[in-house]
Design a binder for this molecule. Structure first.
Ligand code: TNX
Length: 520
């Protein structure tokens, strides 16, 4: 066993594997600034501890998260202790605010000396981002879910880092096929490693309603009973949803729930007759394309009483700032119908204390200054999206041609019907080969909030297939969202991406070993 383990570790390591450390330039996403201190390394002490800024729940949360990751593979106790302002302890230090001020939102400084590993940040996200980087400086065996022999050595140096964009998202469609909560958490584990900070949960669509709403219980008993192709129905109780939200927060990820509308709502219409214009509930829908009977009854006051209840319950369960109100593909509605619907929904979202996020089809119907828009293609509402950007609105770029990770990698991927192809095939190189600021001519660059990798799941049956499509392409999107535009280069990205293979493998992430990438 030892021989196998050491082979795995050596093959995953660097050319400088002799010193037993990971190089500082093998990180995804690429940090803003990296300086190695030659000849210096930190060894984790079997009796060592973590120190978190005393009185800071955020520093303690980041330290608890890191300690929780390290205890199993190291077998060390790694207690988390309070750090007073003047102390300079040996060990791993998580310092919020104070001397090493970083000042950029979500930024951090990670310093490794022979005595201490110090992550300093000015905000909670910064600490979690520093932890994500530190994980990639640890030997690959740190990702093993069993005790491994030391040493646990980290190369000396300083990394100063901050993201290019504030929004780095992953859309996970749990509506087309339900994904059990434990699998959603595993997905969160993986995206958090790469500093993805928003999980956009596509909770509702024609084929399934996945979140328990206590005031409208049939949404889940009927609307949640099935999925695309008639399989993988299911839903999250409010407790399960809360536990997903908490799990994400404990890893630096904010959940954004999406409810759809005015189309893509067949699962609601199938659950309650009174939501239908003709007062009759259709059968649940299990087809692969959009339902033709999935449009809300826009003239009925019941529709908006219903949405008020739903948005109210979701808002109460969701600490994050946004509720995504869908809006995509409502091609058959007039602009007046769209405006009327989105204005009412936006009011409800605001009434329940949240900010509005919506697909680009809704852009012209909102107050651009207070809403966030999600771009997925050119040719729909382009002028309104540009106008929103010019008026101070923020836009998230999720171009289907590059960032929809439900697209097949190649035409022969795989032999069975997993993956869509309507936006073309998307190799790993393609997922990296795009620029947020070049997607929509005329959109001001400073209106771009960030990027999102979307995994729609009509063709995805469970976590193994979800992971195979999402990874490694998610890492391309993470890199585009985080790293400086000036370091964007496939040839230097490729080996950094390759180095993640062994880590993903140790974590049992079923990534696609694309031939684009020189995996070790
Ligand atoms: C388009 S683009 C959709 C989804 C589908 C997806 C499949 C957009 C916001 N909507 O309803 O699931 O394509 O790739």
């Amino acid at each position: 066993v030892t021989a196998i383990l050491s082979t795995a570790t050596a093959s995953a390591g660097s050319p400088s594997g002799a010193s037993g450390t990971e190089p500082l330039d093998r990180i995804v996403p690429q940090p803003a600034e990296v300086r190695t201190t030659p000849g210096v390394a930190f060894d984790l002490d079997p009796d060592g501890a973590l120190y978190a800024t005393a009185g800071s729940g955020d520093a303690k949360a980041a330290a608890d998260f890191l300690a929780g990751l390290l205890r199993k593979p190291t077998g060390y106790a790694l207690p988390v202790r309070g750090l007073s302002a003047s102390a300079k302890p040996a060990g791993i230090v998580l310092a919020l605010g104070g001397a090493n001020s970083v000042t950029k939102p979500e930024g951090y400084q990670l310093q490794v000396t022979s005595r201490a590993v110090t992550i300093s940040a000015d905000d909670r996200q910064g600490l979690f981002n520093g932890v994500a980087t530190l994980r990639q400086l640890l030997p690959v065996k740190a990702d093993r879910q069993e005790r491994m022999p030391g040493p646990w050595r980290i190369r000396g140096g300083v990394i100063s880092d901050a993201p290019r964009y504030a929004y780095r998202g992953a859309l996970l469609d749990v509506a087309r096929h339900h994904l059990p909560d434990a699998d959603v958490k595993k997905y969160i584990d993986t995206i958090a490693r790469y500093k993805i900070n928003y999980l956009h949960m596509h909770l509702i669509d024609d084929q399934g309603w996945r979140l328990q709403i206590k005031s409208w219980p049939e949404l889940t008993t009927i609307g949640g009973s099935t999925g695309t192709g008639g399989i993988l129905g299911g839903f999250y109780t409010q407790e399960q949803y809360k536990s997903i939200v908490d799990y994400a927060y404990a890893r630096g990820v904010t959940v954004i729930p999406e409810i759809e509308g005015p189309i893509h709502m067949h699962s609601a219409l199938a659950s309650y007759a009174e939501l239908n214009c003709d007062g009759k509930a259709p059968e649940p829908y299990t087809g692969w394309l959009n339902s033709e009977d999935g449009r809300l009854c826009l003239d009925s006051p019941v529709t908006y009483e219903f949405l008020d209840d739903v948005i109210g319950e979701i808002a109460a369960l969701t600490p994050g700032p946004y509720i995504h109100i869908g809006g995509d593909e409502a091609h058959d509605l007039s602009q007046a119908e769209l405006d009327g619907h989105f204005e009412k929904v936006a009011k409800l979202v605001e009434k329940h204390g949240k900010k509005v996020f919506g697909w680009q089809e809704a852009a012209g119907s909102f107050d651009p200054a207070t809403t966030m828009t999600e771009f997925w293609t050119t040719g729909i509402n382009d002028e309104q999206v540009i106008a929103a950007g010019k008026a101070g609105g923020k836009v998230v770029m999720a171009p289907a041609t590059n960032a929809y990770v439900d697209m097949k990698y190649t035409e022969s991927y795989p032999e069975y019907p997993v993956g869509n192809a309507w936006a073309g095939t998307t190799t790993v190189a393609d997922s990296y080969d795009w620029k947020p600021e070049e997607q929509l001519a005329g959109l001001p660059a400073n209106s771009i909030a960030g990027v999102e990798a979307a995994l729609f799941t009509e063709t995805v049956f469970g976590i193994n297939q979800a992971e195979n499509l999402a990874f490694p392409r998610m890492l391309s999107i993470a890199e585009i969202g985080w790293a400086k535009a000036s370091t964007h280069d496939w040839d230097t990205f490729k080996p950094r991406l390759a180095a993640q293979g062994p880590r993903l493998r140790e974590s049992r992430v079923n990534y696609y070993p694309s031939p684009d990438v020189p995996w070790p």
